[in-house]
Every structure is written in structure tokens, then in C-alpha cells.
Design a protein around this ligand. Sequence first.
Ligand code: PEP
Ligand code: MN
Length: 248
Amino acid sequence: MSTKEKKIEIIAGPCSAESEEQLLNTADGLNSIGVKVFRAGIWKPRSRYGSFEGMGIKALPWLDSVRHKYGMEIMTEVATPNHVDCVLKYNIDRLWIGARTSVNPFMMSELSEALRGIKIPVFIKNPLCPDVELWKGAVERLLKADISDVRLIHRGFCLLDNSPYRNTPLWNLCTEVQREFGDIRLYCDPSHIAGKREYIPELCTAALNYDVDGFFIESHVNPDVALSDSKQQLKPIDLNKLIKEIIE
Ligand code: PEP
Ligand code: MN
């Protein structure tokens, strides 16, 4: 149990939007456990050519249906200025920038220009490699473009170590980035750190010791058939258990 007074925000939803039915069924489960912000990727950065790369813009009306049916805020990943144009037409409520984008200063400059002056929350994941200057530089580019609500997500780093996790958490590095930018908010993405759902509870406990503001968690109505990241997604009912037993 967290002893902190502050309210921890939960953002949850599937790794990828796969169909309108999958999104609505997942949102139904998440709404019933009190989740207010729904995440789903529609452009998926996959390592290997030919993997499922997301449903693209046809998934935007599905996300809109989630918002209308359940009153949740909707959130997706943008990696190019064209993605930004597409999502702004749907008045997306929040955005995140992924680990394969925050690693690249050219892409961060272009994206920051495309987002210039935007008022919605923009979350920036740590870059794949543990280069703290790259992450700080990504945040700086967003702030210099007058983006007023920038928040951090820790999703672990790609290290060739003996960690059981898919990506190794380096919390001290997050604290350093947070300090550099005053009271910038920090969220933990235990799904992408863990890689396997069994590790998620212990990672949430560790994150709470670092005073995180929220969690960004992958949840799917039927994780076993998910088209991406199936091993690290929780059913809404299991997310509820995690929230009650570890986070609240
Ligand atoms: C995601 O959140 O679905 C994602 C692709 O994450 P990351 O950029 O952390 O790999
Ligand atoms: Mn994922």
C-alpha cells in the first residue's frame, strides 16, 4: 500500500488498437474499474518488417467512440508530424512520444514544431538507451516549442544485462531528469519494463518508492490474442487487483 497522500493517476488500454470491438470491450472493463484515461497505439513501431504495424487512421473514430461511450480521455502515440495532423483532427486529449522517437533529436525537433503551442498533456518516454542527455534534450525541444504540459514516462532501458525484465528500470536517472525540469510529472510504464505480466506488481511497488505521479499500463480484454505485446498486458480485472493491492 502506498502511504502517499497524492492521487496516483492510472492510464490504461491496449498496446494496439486492433478493432472497434476490442477497444470498446477493453474500455468497458477499464471504465468499470474507474480508469479515466484510455491509451491505445494506432501506429506501432515494430522491430521486424512484416509485424503488425497498427491500424493507422482508421482506428481514430474507434478511439472517439470510446470517448463518447465512456467519457474517458483518449491518448495515442505520435512519431511524425503527419501523425500529429491526423490526431489533432480528432481532438485527441493526450499524446505520448515513444522510446524510438525520443532517442532521435531530428525527430524530436520536427515533432516539437508540429506540436508547437499545444495545450494538451504530451508525455515523453525515456529513450531506448540510458543517455540522460538525450532524454533531457527531447524534453527541452518540447518546452522550447511552448508545449506547456510535458510529462515523463519511464519504460525502462535496453541494456545487455542480466535483468529478468524486457527493459531495465533506472530510477535515479529519472530523478535526475525530473530535477532538471522542476516539478515535471513522472509516470511509470511497468508493462514495457516488465515484458511479462508476472513482474508488473513488483515494478509498481518499486515505482511508488520513487514518488511517481501515475502509471501507464497496457490492458487488453483478451491479452492472449493481442496482436502486439500480448505477454505484458493485463485483463481489466487483473489491473483492478493490482490497483487495489499495490497502488492505492
Ligand atoms: C507503447 O507504449 O505501446 C510503446 C510502443 O512503447 P515504447 O515506446 O515504450 O516501446
Ligand atoms: Mn506495447
